[in-house]
Write a protein that binds this ligand. Structure first.
Ligand SMILES: Nc1nc2c(ncn2[C@@H]2O[C@H](COP(=O)(O)OP(=O)(O)O)[C@@H](O)[C@H]2O)c(=O)[nH]1
Ligand SMILES: [Mg+2]
Length: 330
């Protein structure tokens, strides 16, 4: 290849498709590259996802969310071990900068998982939570689709349950597990954060702690106050460090999957997720175009017009939308 030679667009695209092909057939390095392309967004991500999407839709996606330090990473590793023990291929996606899982270690922690890091049936990926809530959810959706298409039957997504972004990611899962710990009022905090609304299974981790029974009773009590529903989220005590209760958690997840299947609720959620993904992608595109239009210097004149009451905000917005090819409706 001559210096300075660059492949034409078509050849570049063919190269990308070849990488995707290899990723779908189990090449881990190719998969890692594809995930980076998807995370990068823009046209390359859109092209890659077009090739990947028809191959996805088979994996069971389980979200793990809850306060920092509640043991989500440890629990994800324990669940991954459990599923591996049953011969399944498992992917773990950490949407939490404090859980990089790099080199098989949970950073800043003594817990290591060299067994998982060395296991070809496990794929671990960290995602930086940048790009705002919409961007993150879109990128995470794409990453999950790629892992699914690459044949990982279980995809575990860890998010630190704080903002809208994390809740948006949690909603991508078929089953969302909310992880709390005894003491420190974490149960109440999680409740405040609206996490319980997304929880299909409630875990009281660190059940080795003395206050665990009380925490579990409190959760059960809070639950009893909730309106009766077709699915009552079970409360499962676990000790992620030792693996105690992890089989029960897997059982609860399986029961929830069966419930989703039997009631049609799963189908409804798939459609809801699809709708959110379409709207999210459209909004991201509009946002990009608006930013470009603003960069073109249109905004100051509109702002002045509105500030001086020469122009209504609606008309200014119409003008801006027209500039990005979205003419007025009225
Ligand atoms: N005692 C006890 N400690 C745990 C348990 N699970 C996790 N930990 C510890 O809790 C800390 C936070 O765990 P981590 O998985 O990083 O939490 P995350 O921030 O929710 O991902 C670490 O020091 C873990 O070793 C458990 O079941 N019992
Ligand atoms: Mg973590």
């Amino acid at each position: 290849v001559r210096a300075g030679w660059r492949p034409a667009g078509a050849a570049r695209a063919a190269g990308a498709l070849d990488t995707i092909e290899r990723a779908l057939h189990g090449d881990r390095r190719a998969l890692a590259r594809v995930l980076s392309v998807l995370e990068g967004g823009g046209a390359p991500a859109a092209e890659a996802l077009r090739a990947i999407y028809p191959h996805a839709g088979r994996a069971q996606v389980v979200g793990l969310t809850g306060p920092a330090g509640s043991g989500k990473s440890t629990l994800a590793a324990a669940l991954a071990r459990y599923y591996r023990g049953r011969g399944e291929r498992v992917a773990v996606v950490a949407v939490d900068p404090t859980s990089p899982y790099s080199g098989g270690a949970l950073l800043g922690d003594r817990v290591r998982m060299p067994d998982l890091a060395a296991d070809d049936g496990v794929f671990i990926r960290s995602m930086a939570s940048r790009g705002g809530s919409g961007g993150l959810a879109l990128a995470a959706n794409a990453v999950v689709a790629a892992l699914d298409a690459a044949g990982y039957q279980r995809v575990l997504i860890e998010t630190v349950g704080a903002g809208q972004a994390e809740i948006a990611v949690a909603k991508m899962a078929h089953t969302t597990v909310v992880v709390t710990v005894p003491g420190l009022g974490d149960e109440v905090q999680a409740l405040k954060a609206g996490l319980f609304e997304v929880g299909d299974v409630l875990v009281v981790n660190k059940a080795d702690r003395p206050e665990a029974d009380r925490a579990q009773a409190e959760l059960a009590m809070l639950q009893s106050l909730a309106p009766a529903a077709a699915w009552q989220p079970p409360v499962v005590p676990t000790v992620a460090l030792t693996g105690d209760g992890v089989a029960d958690l897997a059982g609860a997840i399986a029961r929830h999957a069966a419930y989703l299947e039997a009631t049609g609720e799963g189908r409804r959620r798939v459609r809801e997720r699809a709708e959110a993904a379409v709207l999210g992608a459209a909004q991201a595109e509009i946002g990009k175009r608006l930013t470009r239009a603003l960069g073109g210097g249109r905004m100051p004149a509109l702002v002045s017009g509105v500030a001086e009451h020469e122009l209504s905000p609606y008309d200014a917005a119409s003008d801006l939308l027209a500039a990005v090819g979205l003419g007025t409706e009225s």
